[in-house]
Design a protein around this ligand. Structure first.
Ligand code: SAM
Length: 529
């Protein structure tokens, strides 16, 4: 893993700093293992993306301060500075503070920066830089606790913060988690800490430009983070990639990422617009399509969740509008969604592969038993016993045998749809209780029961095109969280029942039919799903 300082990589004639930084990154990345990269969140930004991110910055200042936390070979700084120098002939001095924890990489960061310095000097611009070989979070977390919008206690604030921070989950004992606990629910991802700290290190009118996973846009694990972020930052640009395949293809990373640009919030009432830009992948990023939205159309800053909806075409916009027109929700209809209480490894002594007359058994439903609109039971698979013993040890994790909708909690990255739900009807000759494994959610009415038409209607809606589309606009990961679904707008209960009845009447529960029926109930401005 050691990098020889005498490596032969040198800038070629007229090479741009961004190209040189990219070559240094490619060189280094080939010397470290995939595990090392994962553990350190070390996936370098491709040149096309770095250039795109750099092009988002503009300034007419003569002197600027830049921060590049997690700088790698400083490709982002190079792209940003090149862009500014090309567009702003009055620029004279650039100050850079960069952070990088990988001490083996620093000699390459230095190489890239000293070339940038030389390149700038030919243009009459001075670069002063310092590369701190320290943990960016541990060095700067103190600014998180400072209250007030006009935070200026720090010695240094910046005009631009540009970063592709590391992405990985931090364990709860990590000192960085303890340091940043005010923005954390559950298990945090290190990139959110970078983002939060950056919001506090911006000068007035300064900009942060980050490439990060989409996961922070929704979900309860990022609730506190979103709350914090929107208190101090004003989002004004988001770029989405239609295909996540080629963003970090050099490193074989399949990660759904987005690029964001935000300003320091100076006026909490600021209602400025947000531009959403989209491209398919790296090949068309320079020609990305852009559209502006009112902030309120993408984020409800008064809501508790502050989820960010990100439409990438007019169809998704119409779907968001349709959902906004609904006032209902599962909560409002007295319907609850819970996670299956059977945790397989804890209940393993009571889970059975086959029926056995000697003990009382209840059916046990797993993720694989549920496909769109269908419960397949029994469906034998190794280590996925289809029965659970009814006894004192299990009674707290069994549920009454009533009508439910089962919903997978996880979809795989390759699943065409994130929402996979099936109606479940109890029958008089089935046992009085059932088991639902932890990777399934179940939907039920705690005080009362779900009617047949309700079960069918909800299952159909969850499997419909419009719900899938809506879900995709705010959910960047493959988890289907109960909290998100509880709060998700729902059509009137009467409409849900009508949909259910229409399907029961047709007696055809194929996906094509479910989609035809649900689509026929709603008018979208443009249906091209
Ligand atoms: C996703 S890579 C991006 C590198 C570079 N900015 C780029 O865009 O190519 C993140 C970098 O942050 C570094 N890093 C990881 N944890 C860090 C921390 N706590 N403080 C500073 N740098 C860190 C990694 O070694 C890695 O080089």
């Amino acid at each position: 893993m050691k990098v020889n300082d005498e490596i032969r990589i040198k800038p070629v004639d007229n090479e741009r700093p961004v190209g040189f930084a990219d070559r240094l990154g490619a060189y280094y990345t080939a010397t470290v293992s995939q595990t090392f990269k994962k553990d350190n969140g070390q996936f370098f930004t491709p040149q096309e993306i770095a250039q795109f991110m750099g092009s988002l910055a503009s300034t007419d200042k003569k002197e600027i301060n830049i921060l590049d936390p997690g700088c790698g070979t400083a490709i982002l700084t190079c792209a940003l500075v090149e862009n500014i120098v090309n567009r702003n002939p009055t620029i004279e001095t650039v100050h850079l503070t960069a952070y990088e924890t990988d001490c083996h990489l620093i000699s390459l960061s230095e190489k890239a920066l000293s070339y940038l310095k030389e390149w700038l000097s030919h243009k009459g611009v001075t670069l002063q830089y310092v590369v701190c070989v320290h943990d960016f979070i541990l060095e700067n977390y103190d600014c998180l606790n400072s209250s007030g919008l006009n935070f200026s206690d720090r010695k240094q604030t910046f005009d631009f913060i540009i970063s592709n921070p590391p992405y990985f989950k931090l364990s709860k004992d990590d000192s960085r988690v303890k340091a940043a606990k005010m923005i954390i629910n559950g298990q945090p991802n290190i990139y959110a800490l970078f983002l939060a700290i950056a919001t506090r290190m911006l000068k007035n009118d300064a900009e942060m430009i980050f490439i990060v996973p989409r996961s922070f846009t929704s979900g309860r694990y990022f609730n506190r983070f979103r709350d914090y972020f929107f208190r101090y930052a004003q989002l004004n640009f988001i770029h989405l990639f239609d295909s996540r395949k080629d963003t970090f293809s050099r490193d074989n990373v399949l990660q759904e990422t987005l690029i964001l640009k935000a300003k320091k919030k100076t006026n909490p009432e600021d209602e400025s617009e947000i531009t959403v830009s989209t491209c398919i992948g790296l090949h068309d990023i320079a020609k990305s399509k852009r559209k502006s939205y009112f902030q309120k159309d993408l984020i409800d800053l008064k809501s508790k969740e502050k989820m960010i909806h990100l439409p990438i075409n007019t169809n998704e916009e119409s779907v968001i509008d349709l959902f906004k027109s609904w006032n209902g929700s599962l909560n409002r209809y007295g319907i609850q969604i819970s996670t299956g209480p059977v945790v397989a490894f804890r209940a393993k002594d009571y889970i059975r592969e086959i029926e056995n007359g000697a003990v009382f058994l209840a059916p046990l439903y797993w993720l694989h038993n549920v496909t769109k609109m269908e419960v397949h039971y029994p469906l034998h698979k190794p280590d996925k016993g289809q029965y659970i013993q009814i006894c004192d040890h299990t009674k707290s994790c069994l549920i009454p045998n009533r009508n439910y909708i089962f919903l997978r909690r996880f979809s795989s990255k390759d699943d065409k749809s994130r929402l996979i739900a099936a109606p479940y009807f109890s029958s008089p000759d089935s046992p009085y209780c059932i088991g639902v494994e932890n990777k399934l959610n179940y939907i039920y009415r705690p005080k009362g029961h779900l009617e047949r038409a309700e079960v069918m209607g909800i299952a159909a809606l969850l499997n419909s095109n419009i719900f899938d589309t809506y879900f995709r606009t705010f959910n960047g990961n493959v988890n289907v969280s109960a909290t998100e679904l509880r709060a998700m707008p729902m059509p009137p209960l009467e409409t849900i029942k009508e949909i259910g009845k229409a399907l029961i009447l047709r007696n055809n529960f194929s996906l094509a039919n479910v989609r035809e029926v649900t689509d026929s109930f709603f008018e979208l401005n443009e249906i091209t799903i």
